[in-house]
Design a protein around this ligand. Sequence first.
Ligand code: IPE
Ligand code: IPE
Ligand code: MG
Length: 236
Amino acid sequence: MGISAEKLPRHVGFIMDGNGRWAQKRGLPRKMGHRAGAEVFKKIADYCREIGIKYVTFYAFSTENWKRPADEVNALMDLFDKYLDDAEEYARRKTRMLFLGDKAPFRESIRQKMLSIEERTREFDSCTVMLAMNYGGRDDIVYAAKRAAELVSSGYMSTDDITEDMFGGLLYTGDAPDVDLVIRPSGEYRLSNFLIWQCAYAEYYFSDVLWPDFTVSDLDRALTAYSDRNRRFGGV
Ligand code: IPE
Ligand code: IPE
Ligand code: MG
């Protein structure tokens, strides 16, 4: 990967889409696609850390995904339960792990593992991996708005203290920088409620590859495309 450090995005968001179609194409149950997708998550997260991307967010489960048939939701929950046992691994790799979204709807074992991984990796600052689980961009903004309202009603601050920076800090992503690059495989051209505030000035990279087939070479292609973009942020 021949991109200089200053041309690398600071924060990359992955919409891990296409698992179901990947499985269906092979005559397999959709959950097999999720299993294959989880392996790709691990590989891509490792690669991002190796090449020096500081913040990486993976969209794993949206606030809308609860609508899916119960057996698919259950299979996804079993997969999360299993993969969250890798806390040791993240700690060993000195990666800070954060979960974006309301943890309350998850089963107890998953909630406990999420909290313990966040706690055990809190001090690491070279690479932050965020997993968006039960995440929705609108839910994120509503949750932050409620917290801002509480701070005002408790007299801790006034409405004039609500600025873009301050409000951004109340979002699930906290002090993480805005997303620079969103990568969505699977041939869909939409955000699907992913980090809508944080992506206000993001660059987008779409690819037809299904997530379980996504490789580090696909990521290299996305990073190269990103390094050639001219970001203006409204300026000239
Ligand atoms: C993404 O893959 C994973 C989740 C949304 C949990 P999909 O399950 O959406 O796969 P497709 O889009 O149906 O192929
Ligand atoms: C977005 O994928 C959510 C995740 C990848 C977790 P979906 O498959 O749920 O998105 P839509 O329904 O095609 O917009
Ligand atoms: Mg999908």
